[in-house]
Design a protein around this ligand. Sequence first.
Ligand SMILES: Nc1ncnc2c1ncn2[C@@H]1O[C@H](COP(=O)(O)OP(=O)(O)O)[C@@H](O)[C@H]1O
Ligand SMILES: [Mg+2]
Length: 255
Amino acid sequence: MTELLHLDALSVGWPGQAPVLADISLMLHHGERVALVGPNGAGKSSLFLSIAGVLAPLGGQVRLMGRQMQTGQFLPDVALVFQQAEDQLFCPTLAEDVAFGARNMGLAGAALDLRVAQALAACHLTGLATRPVHQLSGGEKRRACIAGALVMQPALMLLDEPSAGLDLRNRRNLMTLLRQTGQALLIASHDLELVLELCPRVILIDQGRICADGPAREVLGDAGLMAAHGQEVPHSLTPHERAPHMHWPQAGSGS
Ligand SMILES: Nc1ncnc2c1ncn2[C@@H]1O[C@H](COP(=O)(O)OP(=O)(O)O)[C@@H](O)[C@H]1O
Ligand SMILES: [Mg+2]
């Protein structure tokens, strides 16, 4: 595997505030799927904004394929999918919104149309191309955001809480879609079952630093580590003596 993303002693923060994250060093390889977990406010979204070149690092470096990222520079190799679709979608129609990133890359005419059609198809949105974005359902909006990232064929997609607010079918469809992309994915999520299914590697951040970086089942299955950082071992890694597990006593069980 070849190196894709290299964070070197990165410090992340907002103007006028203490740093959110300090001395973050890690490496991601092409095609790797990695989860970023940690409590609310740990700095997952801020880290994504720094990696994507939106939030200037307080210190250290972000290098993508050997090149140092410059804040404010449009770089189609890295695509951020926002947690709130409303923060991302802004064009009158779905097709125009999805086209935005590819247009910025200089694509036009038939080549642009083809890219947009491919991204819409990959996200099962083909029939909705002319639909105003505010008339899409929550699941469709989430897929629209992913299509807007995929259209650039980025080497790395940063997905911020991609399953939040989705019903079970949309969540499953999303997981299938993400599994099929060849891109490297860095996924910030509290949905630890999704993480287990998609990401062989997990990075846990809390209190401004990386607390663990390793195989998903080892990190997420470590009850002491998880509890120390406000997390719980996901259900599917919790041993159960009796199957099936029941949330409520059954009627007539006497309890
Ligand atoms: N736009 C912003 N301006 C100033 N501070 C922010 C902004 N967004 C987040 N923060 C602060 O950065 C810290 C980390 O937040 P965030 O990156 O959103 O964490 P997470 O995504 O892990 O929940 C929090 O203290 C939060 O208040
Ligand atoms: Mg966040």
